[in-house]
Design a protein around this ligand. Sequence first.
Ligand SMILES: CCCCC/C=C\CCCC/C=C/C(=O)SCCNC(=O)CCNC(=O)[C@H](O)C(C)(C)COP(=O)(O)OP(=O)(O)OC[C@H]1O[C@@H](n2cnc3c(N)ncnc32)[C@H](O)[C@@H]1OP(=O)(O)O
Length: 290
Amino acid sequence: MLLSGSGKPQFGEGNREVGEAPLGRPVWAAVGGSLMSLCLPFTGVATMKFKSPPVNSLSLEFLTEFSISLEKLENNRACRGVIITSTLPKIFSSGLDITEMCGKSMEHYTEFWRAVQEMWLRLYGSNMVTVAAVNGSSPAGGCLVAMSCDYRIMAENPKFSIGLNEAQLGIVAPFWFKDTFVNVVGHRIAERSLQLGSLHPAPEAHKLGLVDELVPEEKLMERAAAVMAQWLALPDHARQLTKTMMRKAVLDRLVAHREEDIKNFVTFVSKESIQKSLRMYMEMLKKRKS
Ligand SMILES: CCCCC/C=C\CCCC/C=C/C(=O)SCCNC(=O)CCNC(=O)[C@H](O)C(C)(C)COP(=O)(O)OP(=O)(O)OC[C@H]1O[C@@H](n2cnc3c(N)ncnc32)[C@H](O)[C@@H]1OP(=O)(O)O
């Protein structure tokens, strides 16, 4: 992932610490692990770019790096907003890495699910302004990442789709995926879309309110920066308290039921019938390719 931004530098880039420039001005700070890049320029707005080929699947490693990056930004007082996008052509994120949910131990499923929860708690509960610049397809967990942001701008290409398609895989979106979806599009649209496991092409996603606006792909980052500036024009404390008021109930629900949710996931995903569905789905993806 690539993460970039400005302000008070606190990060290291790989092994390189980013410090003060000779004139005492903060330098552009780049952080990153291998799966995303992060930069924080003088504007106080970070850009986080997923870069985990082939399809930015949310593996345990990716989720861990994502959460650490968010924590670093959250703790950096100079950082007020983050734009999340992808370096890969045509893909924002393919969602949870299915191989993390196939043929692994109970301990692994537990660790993986905790990492999924952690990422969501950090992103959905972030004090920063979060804008998703969705420059490609974004199924399931990828859609969750976009929905957890404050605002979604999607490239207007109808070949790109977004949605919670879990039902198509024979699995069930957990209650906090569903809650996040309901908070974005409302109960009726969420119910129909979840039951059918729909992936909505960009124009339809816009009509449903799943994304806030569509722009030509080449204008995506420019528009994301403009939206960010608009949101940052307000005093942080008022915006943050309002955000908390809107999201707290849903966040608290997972916090209160976190261990139970992990147990449910592990029990569910360990079932042979679910393992079979996931294996068949992976085979279908491979066949579709050839
Ligand atoms: C009642 C109690 C409930 C409790 C909880 C229970 C259950 C748990 C719920 C879990 C929630 C799950 C959330 C998820 O996110 S599941 C993942 C859903 N994702 C998808 O369905 C996307 C699948 N992928 C695609 O549709 C396409 O790959 C694409 C993203 C549109 C990209 O298409 P394209 O550019 O044509 O690439 P390929 O299809 O050729 O893929 C390239 C290789 O990447 C592999 N791949 C793709 N997606 C994934 C993935 N999500 N995880 C792992 N690997 C993935 C694909 O197989 C190809 O691999 P290969 O090169 O080795 O063949």
